[in-house]
Ligand binder design. Structure first.
Ligand SMILES: [Zn+2]
Ligand SMILES: [Zn+2]
Length: 51
């Protein structure tokens, strides 16, 4: 299952599992925006993608 999460800045995060999505999204938010995001927030924003 592949998922995408489009950040408010337009950056698209691609991940093949929830674990990877949470890890990458949290890393992006921390390093780029200096914000934290909970696992629930990440998974709520992530959408299934076809490729
Ligand atoms: Zn961003
Ligand atoms: Zn993708």
């Amino acid at each position: 299952m592949h998922k995408h999460l489009t950040c408010e800045c337009g950056h698209v995060i691609h991940a093949d599992s929830d674990e990877e999505m949470v890890r990458q999204a949290q890393e992006h938010m921390r390093t780029v925006h200096r914000k934290s995001m909970t696992r629930d927030d990440v998974l709520k924003m992530a959408k299934e993608a076809k490729h």
